[in-house]
Design a protein around this ligand. Structure first.
Ligand SMILES: Nc1ncnc2c1ncn2[C@@H]1O[C@H](COP(=O)(O)OP(=O)(O)OP(=O)(O)O)[C@@H](O)[C@H]1O
Length: 619
């Protein structure tokens, strides 16, 4: 039944529009779009967007700002009853509808040529928006419409124009739905020469956008930047070409679970796998946008060359280079093989043996060449700080029992376990002569229920959990009794099937900070987070990424944070960064290495103390 609150006439008497309730053009999350016409001139066909929220005013302002630059012409905006109303040019079908119908009626070569043209035009539309200081924030095929160009001008009617006949080589797509748009540059500097980029932040668990097309950064709750529009454009182009994306059709109890599944598939697929059945240039496009730093101005010319896959006879020098690269055999090793020590091609292994990132690292170079796609690999993350204080040691063993025997020897020497870690086959433990510790126990628990029982039992005895690791069959746990006056005030744990970001945020508000964490995949997904009151930090961040987020880590280092925990969660890495209350700390080094022993030795040789170890995905 039609909603009676929907107005049939819109606008002041001198400028009225008639709304046709029988012609719903689109139904979005914030309202509906109906067809209509100008009361005094029925040939002027319009689209009338009714929005329930005052957020519409932001979209109106954006549409006005972009008039003449690829958005529909706006005829009227105002409020009617409970609706915020925007009357604009009526357009044709969405690109999704257009491509779906083309796919079954035209040869693939034709679709490919058309989609290439569309992709390049969309890129330029987004570039225009970016040059104005804004990003779209919801790039997807449904938000770009085919223009209405009636074949017979005298009886023009959008709906009757066959969508399959619209030649996008000669028509330009139009961008709609700017409701999610935001600025990528700071307002105060928008008109000045030295443009300042907005600040980076990550709000884990906050995802706004369309799951199917969202960038990985968007899924991770990171502040959106130009790179995110361009990553979504890649998925849009791939959808138009293939009618499907590899992460479609995921099922789950709720939207959050489905989003998590999509993120996991999207994030763990290499650009080659995502573009397996697409033109090879798209692989370079996806690789490039996924590696683009937050602040960096995208190289639109490079992306345009990648999207120019419609016609191989129109090859530029760039294009030829891209094609040559596309024909080079893919060196990516499968994840499992890459994770085994010594696996992967020799060249890759030599190149990737150790990578180091330092707090005082220099400025980054801007990439102008086609990026190389990295292979997926897991490595040790060795985190060390300046300077080395007291004694330190490490040990590694393939069985928990052997580890326990060795730990007993270290305890006798006055060394305490600082951290334990498991890489799939080997347990590693770091030790130091921590003067705050008085007693320690290392234990192994096979189930989560046993782990919870153990933690409670030892809390009652005055111990706190100081390290945790997940091994092949259970959980290694270290509990410690502190010297008087040195203990935490309180400790809390959360066992969950996801990273419990809301719980963590609540605890942060009560001055708890993450002390340690561990994650399991088998037999079920589980995350165990231990938070304590009394940690020597003033603030904390959690970063979740599919690889090592060097750019983000540098930003946090610059803001005074240090990495205090590294762990892996499904295909992703979890980095806990903490801001120490004391300001004595000077430099932190994060090394990704296959040979952690060499790295620990090098840290000690350079007077650096060990903070933590993790075994995580690096690419
Ligand atoms: N000017 C127009 N002419 C014709 N159809 C339009 C026009 N504007 C929007 N539409 C149709 O209405 C749909 C929804 O529009 P829009 O995306 O602006 O609404 P929304 O409520 O913000 O949607 P979403 O849930 O995607 O954010 C579009 O996908 C399109 O099919």
């Amino acid at each position: 039944m039609a909603d009676d609150s929907i107005p049939s006439c819109i606008g002041p008497k001198s400028n009225q529009y008639v709304l046709d309730r029988t012609q719903l053009l689109g139904d979005g999350h914030s309202g509906q779009v109906y067809a209509g016409w100008k009361a005094s001139n029925s040939a002027l066909q319009v689209a009338i967007k009714l929005d329930k929220t005052s957020g519409a005013k932001h979209e109106w302002a954006m549409l006005r700002k972009m008039q003449g630059k690829g958005v529909p012409k706006v005829h009227y905006t105002g409020v009617s009853g409970k609706w915020h109303v925007c009357v604009m040019d009526r357009l044709g079908p969405t690109l999704a509808t257009w491509a779906d119908s083309m796919r079954y009626t035209h040869p693939h070569s034709h679709l490919r040529e058309q989609v290439s043209a569309v992709g390049r035009k969309l890129l330029r539309l987004l570039q225009g928006l970016h040059e104005k200081g804004d990003i779209h924030g919801d790039v997807k095929p449904e938000n770009f419409l085919v223009p209405f160009k009636p074949t017979d001008e005298s009886q023009g009617n959008v709906a009757q124009t066959p969508v399959t006949n619209i030649d996008m080589l000669t028509h330009d797509p139009v961008m709609v739905d700017l409701g999610f748009s935001s600025s990528w540059r700071k307002k105060a500097t928008a008109d000045r020469e030295g443009v300042t980029h907005i600040d980076y932040s990550q709000a884990l668990g906050q995802f706004h956008g369309t799951t199917r097309y969202a960038s990985l950064h968007c899924h991770a709750g990171r502040t959106l930047a130009r790179r995110d529009d361009l990553e979504s454009l890649a998925y849009t182009v791939l959808y138009l070409l293939q009618g499907r994306l590899p992460w479609q059709g995921q099922e789950g109890a709720d939207k959050e679970q489905r989003d998590q599944k999509v993120l996991r598939i999207k994030g763990s697929m290499t650009p080659s796998a995502i573009c397996a059945t697409a033109p090879q240039q798209m692989k370079f496009y996806v690789t490039y946008v996924r590696q683009l730093p937050f602040h960096e101005e995208p190289d639109y010319e490079f992306l345009d060359h990648c999207l120019n896959f419609g016609n191989y006879t129109l090859m530029t020098a760039w294009h030829a280079q891209l094609k040559a690269m596309a024909e080079t055999p893919d060196e990516a090793a499968p994840a499992a093989a890459a994770s085994a020590p010594g696996a992967g091609s020799k060249r890759k292994r030599d190149k990737a043996d150790t990578a180091e990132d330092e707090r005082s690292g220099g400025a980054k170079k801007v990439k102008t060449e086609p990026p190389q796609e990295p292979c997926r690999a897991f490595m040790w993350f060795v985190i060390s700080n300046n300077p080395l204080e007291g004694r330190e040691a490490y040990t590694s063993h393939t069985t928990y029992q052997n580890l326990l025997n060795k730990v007993n020897e270290f305890w006798k020497q006055g060394l305490w376990i600082k951290h334990i870690c498991f890489d799939g086959s080997v347990y590693t433990a770091l030790f130091n002569s921590n003067h705050k510790y008085a007693q320690q126990t290392l234990s192994h628990q096979t189930s989560l229920e046993d782990l919870k029982r153990f933690i409670k039992e030892y809390w009652n005895k005055g111990y706190y959990v100081t390290s945790l690791a997940r091994d092949a069959i259970g959980w290694g746990i270290v509990v410690t009794k502190f010297q008087p006056q040195q203990a935490y005030y309180k400790q809390s744990y959360c066992v969950s099937c996801m990273i419990p970001i809301n719980w963590i945020k609540q605890k942060w508000q009560k001055d708890f900070f993450i002390s340690c964490c561990a994650f399991s995949e088998e037999p079920q997904l589980a995350s165990v987070i231990i938070m304590s009151k009394g940690e020597p930090y003033s603030s904390q961040k959690v970063e979740v990424d599919f690889k090592y987020p060097s750019e983000v880590i540098h930003k946090h280092w610059d803001a005074g944070y240090i990495i205090t925990n590294v762990a892996s969660w499904q295909d992703q890495n979890v980095f806990v960064l903490s801001k120490p209350k004391a300001t004595t700390f000077s430099t932190q080094v994060s090394s990704r290495t296959r040979d952690y022993k060499k790295e620990i030795k090098s840290a000690w040789d350079n007077n650096r103390s060990m903070v933590t170890l993790g075994y995580c995905r690096v690419t």
